[in-house]
Design a protein around this ligand. Structure first.
Ligand SMILES: Cc1cc2nc3c(=O)[nH]c(=O)nc-3n(C[C@H](O)[C@H](O)[C@H](O)COP(=O)(O)OP(=O)(O)OC[C@H]3O[C@@H](n4cnc5c(N)ncnc54)[C@H](O)[C@@H]3O)c2cc1C
Length: 400
């Protein structure tokens, strides 16, 4: 009998699941994707958006023609809840039934955790397109009246690389505009040492990072916890006050409200604990992938860190969900991925930036010229292209 599979979220996790499922199920079952927006936004490129390296059309594509080609139905709706017993999804306009549900809703910034952290209040954000656009305006205004800068990561945040990348791009911009000598830069992070990244480092010497920060005249504050962000000031829990005319902090991310508010579904952070095959232990017809999944922390640190999240583990989870759901429907191999393997994929992604610092840069100037060469841009372009091509490529299928 034909079954209905509904995927909520159409970004890295949801899009990858949908495309893989369409290929594996060859039209024998109904696939529906729901997202509040039809565009796929390439989130990692938001790091460059404020500096004008990227415009919206460079970092997004409309998923609908691809879904149509693959026989997938797309519904643009904001899901606000689930009835897991009756297998219903609630949106403002419809109650949508499902036989299988895939939660690929990612996570949302927890701006409310720190006073003054809301974008536009006393700090700026690159966590979504709207805020990246506002941050671009804020950056332009800052350049008219430059002063001290604070860039950093909040306690319990996990996107460490976004903060480091934004920091180095900021330094590069200031250097290009001959403003580096006029601006003091503070970098705050809950990591116990620079380049910890929530995984106790990548096996390289943190002293290299410390030297790089010195070369670039960036003052690093490790083991930092933010108390409050005020207009022109960031206050740490240890009572350090840092002047700032431009503050950008990567926040903690927690599960989206629709998942968090559904009873007996998510953990205390609104994320879904799933098996190694990515189904919910209490609801075997409910799968999850990507940022919506609860991944255990590897090690304890003096100040709480979030679990680092990157794109490859998300893709791998989504490919496993597609394969396992196919196995539920018509048999065949299943894929399981351990927490350790997820971290290994994440390490591989993070090695990229670390390599740039530790191997390709002898000093701060090297790092700046590396950024100037635009290697990161090329990488992003390639990845973006990969996603657009993905739906038509057999190579996109996951084989283990
Ligand atoms: C600033 C920043 C920079 C990053 N840089 C990198 C990097 O350089 N390299 C890297 O590998 N990773 C990077 N990441 C991490 C990467 O972006 C995430 O791992 C990835 O986005 C997770 O994908 P996802 O599909 O699980 O969730 P998301 O990308 O968050 O997508 C969730 C989707 O679900 C939809 N949705 C959510 N709730 C609802 C609802 N209630 N109803 C309908 N639709 C809903 C959203 O509209 C969205 O389309 C970065 C993250 C950030 C924030």
């Amino acid at each position: 009998m034909k079954k209905k599979i509904v995927i909520i979220g159409s970004s890295f996790a949801g899009y990858t699941t949908a495309v893989n499922l369409a290929k594996l199920l060859s039209g024998k079952h109904e696939i529906v994707v729901i997202d509040r927006q039809p565009e796929f936004y390439f989130l990692p490129s938001f790091v460059w958006y404020p500096f004008g390296y990227r415009n919206t059309e460079d970092i997004s594509f409309d998923t609908r023609p691809i879904y149509e080609e693959l026989g997938i139905t797309f519904i643009q709706e904001n899901v606000y809840g689930f009835d897991l017993e009756d297998q219903l999804i609630y949106t403002p306009n419809h109650d949508i039934e499902y036989d299988y549900l895939v939660v690929a809703t990612g996570a949302r910034p927890r701006y409310e955790s720190i006073k003054g952290l809301y974008p536009g209040e006393n700090s700026w954000s690159i966590s979504d397109l709207e805020n990246a656009m506002t941050t671009r305006k804020a950056w332009k205004n800052f350049l008219k009246n430059p002063g001290p800068i604070v860039i950093g990561i909040s306690q319990w945040a996990g996107y460490f690389f976004a903060a480091y990348e934004f920091l180095f791009n900021t330094v590069y911009q200031l250097d290009k505009k001959k403003l580096l000598d006029k601006v003091s830069i503070n970098f705050i992070t809950p990591e116990p040492y620079l380049s910890h990244f929530g995984i106790d480092g990548l096996g390289r010497d943190p002293a290299k990072w410390e030297q790089l920060f010195k070369d670039l005249n960036i003052k690093a504050h490790v083991n930092s916890e933010i108390h409050e962000i005020r207009n022109n000031e960031v206050i740490l829990e240890n009572e350090t006050h840092l002047d700032s005319n431009f503050t950008l902090i990567i926040p903690q991310f927690i599960g989206v409200n629709a998942v968090r508010t559904t009873r007996n579904f998510a953990d205390e952070n609104g994320l879904l604990k799933v098996t190694d095959e990515f189904y919910h232990p209490n609801y075997p017809n409910v799968y999850a992938a990507g940022g919506a999944v609860s991944v255990p922390q590897l090690n304890e640190t003096p100040i709480g860190l979030g679990v680092p999240r990157t794109q490859t583990p998300t893709e791998k989870m989504a490919q496993a969900v597609a394969r396992n759901l196919t196995s539920d429907l018509k048999g065949g191999d299943r894929i399981s991925i351990s927490t350790q393997e997820l971290y290994d994929y994440c390490r591989k992604d993070m090695n990229y930036l670390s390599r740039m610092i530790s191997e390709e840069s002898k000093n701060g100037k090297d790092t700046l010229s590396f950024i100037a060469k635009g290697t990161q841009d090329k990488w992003a372009n390639m990845t973006m292209k990969k996603y657009i091509e993905a739906s038509f490529s057999k190579n996109f299928m996951y084989t283990k």
